[in-house]
Design a protein around this ligand. Structure first.
Ligand code: HEM
Length: 494
């Protein structure tokens, strides 16, 4: 793990002339990650253990470059679960801090400018890795079920989206991730994806047509000043769907077009009554209470082999709720009893909600593992010192007790020897050799400490003292046994 990390240089985002958009907060400049690919400087030295240098200027927010990227020919989507061993969490934070540096390194080394990536963290994992400060809407995946339509939530703490126009490079990057995380996290799925024909889903329909374009992508997908600490990040939802293609292909093209809501060959949207209320684009293309379109940025890709085929659905949004509302509209029947008929031909088998923080958020933690290790060592040393002091204290008390001299009386206590019973001179018991009462009453050979004997004596005293009924205390001269019988009679008023 460390070797792998050492190979990456620490980094700090720098502003660039290739700025992609206006600052999310109005004060904090936002930089597209591509801008920093080849212009990195080093300000954060893990050897010095400085994970979070106090920024004097507002830190430029740098996006993860795979969120807004255009579609590519290939992808590799990986999911991982964390173990319960909290000692490895700093290593994972460190790995994520250096992740985009590794991606840039690969893009340069292999000369693949289309290579982009995103890493996203699930809600529970966020608490473990980054602590209390958390993106406002990061929650568990909104599991849904109605009739045979299901959107399950499945275990996923980390999601990696790797995309480029070269499958071999994506594979190379996936292997690098696995080389680092393989030993410290549990790989859930590694799904190679591909662009199919002219960006079609395996149902044969063009997918992504109504995705936001240009600057609008940023507005739809990237968190802004409404959650300033996490500006530049994005809420991610992933679902792996398995298509029932034999059943889908039994439908006529007209039926398929009605289910999607667009023509198949030339991808034209149905208008008016032709767009059925049960069509996918009607159910997913929803509006909010003010009549404004609810939007997400989809980065889904087909996947599959000859046994299983489907869509790896990935969406990014600024407001996590947008995805939830769309999915609910697809799965649950509305007041008129309509749901998305596409759901009859495909089935979600995984589901996870995550947050992809800004790249500049991730890189704040370069050097974190070394710092955490240092803290752990210090904590262990303090704990060892505390235990040693406690042990020394216990030993000195024992030593005191051990050296308290035992009085003769304690060593050979006076023992009441009961009178021997009248011997019964029968032949049988005369033959028996019984221990004498003295022998029976011998103290055990084992020597106990003075404290032990002291406790024994106190117990014995307590046993022999008859219990006095609690009487109210009287002045001494009023005690009955201070008077003679005569005096008692004299004093007696009767
Ligand atoms: C197997 C699953 C899915 C398939 C095969 C699929 C396929 C498609 C296709 C072919 C289109 C039309 C072209 C386009 O505008 O992109 C479309 C549109 C869309 N899909 Fe999906 N989709 C799937 C799941 C989802 C899910 C889970 C969501 C969101 C929760 C979603 C949201 C949308 C949206 C917002 C549109 C655009 C609607 C509009 O025209 O305004 N899709 N999808």
């Amino acid at each position: 793990m460390h070797d792998e990390l050492e190979n990456s240089q620490p980094e700090a985002p720098v502003e660039s002339s290739k700025e992609a958009g206006a600052g999310a907060s109005g004060e904090t400049p936002i930089v597209n990650a591509e801008a920093v690919n080849s212009t990195e400087t080093t300000t954060n030295n893990p050897a010095e253990g400085s994970a979070t240098p106090p920024p004097t200027q507002p830190e430029p927010v740098v996006l993860q470059n795979g969120i807004l990227a255009d579609s590519t020919a290939f992808g590799y989507y990986l999911t991982y679960c964390l173990s319960d061993d909290e000692l490895i969490y700093p290593l994972i934070v460190e790995m994520l801090a250096r992740f985009h540096n590794m991606i840039d390194e690969c893009a340069r080394t292999f000369n693949v400018p289309s290579l982009t990536a995103v890493v996203a963290v699930g809600s529970e994992a966020w608490d473990k890795l980054y602590g209390e400060a958390k993106p406002a809407a990061l929650k568990a995946f909104p599991e849904m079920k109605q009739a045979d339509r299901v959107a399950p939530a499945t275990p996923c703490d980390l999601f990696f989206q790797i995309r480029s126009d070269r499958h071999d490079i994506n594979f190379n990057v996936a292997r690098r991730i696995q080389a680092i995380l393989g030993e410290i996290a549990q790989l859930q799925e590694a799904v190679p994806t591909f662009r199919y024909l002219e960006s079609r889903d395996l149902t044969g329909f063009v997918d992504g047509t109504e995705n936001p374009e240009g600057e609008h992508r940023h507005k739809v997908a990237i968190v802004g000043p409404e959650d300033a600490d996490f500006a530049g990040g994005s809420y991610v939802h992933i679902q792996r769907y398995i298509h029932d293609l034999p059943s889908w292909n039994q439908q006529s093209v007209e039926q398929q077009e009605q289910i999607i809501g667009r023509t198949k060959t030339d991808n034209i949207e149905f208008k008016g009554d032709k767009k059925l209320p049960t069509s996918h684009i009607k159910r997913a293309g929803i509006k909010d209470e003010e009549g404004k379109a609810v939007e997400i940025l989809r980065q889904s890709m087909p996947y599959g082999d000859l046994n299983e085929q489907g869509l790896y659905f990935v969406s990014y949004c600024r407001f996590a709720d947008n995805f939830t509302r769309m999915l609910a509209s697809m799965i649950y029947q509305n007041a008129e009893g309509h749901h998305d008929h596409l759901m009859g031909f495909t089935q979600a088998v995984t589901g996870a909600a995550l947050f992809a923080p800004a790249r500049s958020f991730l890189t704040r933690y370069v050097g974190f593992a070394a710092k955490a290790e240092q803290l752990r060592i210090e904590h262990e040393a303090a704990e060892a010192a505390r235990l040693a002091a406690e042990l020394a204290e216990q030993n000195s008390t024992r030593a005191e007790l051990a050296y308290t001299p035992l009085s003769d009386e304690l060593l050979e206590p006076e023992i009441d020897i009961p009178e021997p019973a009248e011997p019964q001179s029968t032949e049988s018991n005369a033959a028996q050799v019984l221990p004498t009462p003295l022998e029976q009453a011998k103290p055990p050979a084992k020597r106990y400490s003075a404290g032990f004997y002291q406790a024994m004596i106190e117990d014995a005293e307590a046993e022999t003292k008859p219990e006095q009924p609690a009487e109210p205390k009287k002045p001494l001269n009023a005690l009955p046994w201070s008077l003679t019988d005569a005096g008692k009679q004299k004093k007696d008023p009767q």
